[in-house]
Design a protein around this ligand. Structure first.
Ligand code: COA
Length: 283
């Protein structure tokens, strides 16, 4: 199903370009601080894009000079101080939904493009995207300690999945800033590139993902994310079953095409690139 309306609203801006949906945190005057309202719009946007043919790959980025300055101190923290327990629970649930659960298990590939400030709560969506590219001069920081809170939400858990304990605790405890180059060293992003290459390199990477068999790509992402939580025995059984399921649900019959083109027709070698896709289908 394709919804031809452009999803989004005041705080989230979406642009489509050749199969890429550029999703902008869009409160540049507040350095894209994440409010409760922004969470609601993000949830609606990700829900819509999942079934929108114009979005083969999602790039999450920020409008203006920030990726995101983290949770909004006024419109998230102070705003949820004075409300009922139930309302607070809902606000937290809506925030966690898009930042963590939706992004982590999204049906389409996701890239975080860190174009500037990236603080506190912004680490959660950054880490829950599949891949990430940063401006080498972007400024990152777990600034929570500096204003008297712990890296909450699921930030502490999220950083522990990508950073080593020494590095994670160093930044949790000192609140020291670091740049995109350091983020690459820490494993928080795949690449750090100069600002003038950021969009082009992100587009290049998105295009590589869009050109893959979408069903197999989705299954491969999910298989990796679930298998890492399992022990070896469970993972071996799960991955064998997931492999069979992938063949079953792949309408493009990628495995068969790959085998035929390599073994029988000798027209391609998997080591050098993707098999020739006869027809692109959104599995
Ligand atoms: N929550 C609420 N408002 C925020 C915000 C946040 N996380 N980050 C920035 N803003 C607001 C500022 O209060 C300011 O609002 P105003 O115009 O009404 O005064 C506006 O956004 C611009 O921010 P400013 O601080 O003037 O921009 P800057 O470019 O000088 O500095 C930062 C950018 C990101 C270094 C700075 O805004 C900052 O430290 N923000 C908080 C970062 C943080 O600790 N986030 C973790 C939250 S868990």
């Amino acid at each position: 199903m394709t919804d031809k309306a452009i999803p989004g609203g005041d705080t989230v801006k979406v642009e489509f370009e050749d199969g890429i949906a550029w999703v902008h945190l869009n409160r540049p005057e507040k350095r894209n601080a994440m409010s409760v309202g922004l969470a609601r719009e993000m949830n609606a946007v990700f829900d819509a894009l999942e079934v929108d043919d114009r979005a083969g790959c999602i790039v999450l980025t920020g409008s203006g000079e920030a990726f995101s300055s983290g949770m909004d101190l006024k419109d998230f923290f102070r705003a949820t101080d004075g409300i009922s327990d139930v309302e607070r629970h809902r606000a937290y649930r809506e925030t966690r939904a898009w930042q963590w659960r939706t992004l982590m298990y999204y049906a389409k590939p996701t890239i975080a493009m860190v174009n500037g400030w990236c603080f506190g709560g912004a680490f959660t969506p950054l880490i829950c995207c599949d891949l990430a590219i940063a401006d080498e001069d972007a400024v990152f920081g777990l600034s929570e300690i500096n204003w008297g809170i712990i890296p909450g939400g699921v930030v502490s858990k999220a950083i522990s999945t990508l950073m080593g304990d020494r590095e994670a605790l160093y930044y949790v405890m000192t609140g020291e800033k670091f740049d995109g180059r350091r983020a690459k060293e820490l494993g928080l992003v795949n690449e750090a590139v100069p600002k003038d290459r950021l969009k082009a390199r992100t587009r290049e990477l998105a295009k590589i993902l869009i050109d893959k068999n979408p069903t197999v790509l989705r299954q491969a992402r999910m298989a990796y994310k679930y298998a890492r939580e399992m022990n070896w025995e469970q993972a071996a059984e799960y991955l064998t079953a997931k492999g069979d399921q992938t063949t079953f649900v792949d309408r493009e019959k990628g495995r068969e095409q790959g085998l035929t083109q390599f073994l029988d027709e000798k027209t391609f070698k998997p080591g050098h690139g993707h098999y020739k896709r006869e027809e692109e289908q959104d599995g």
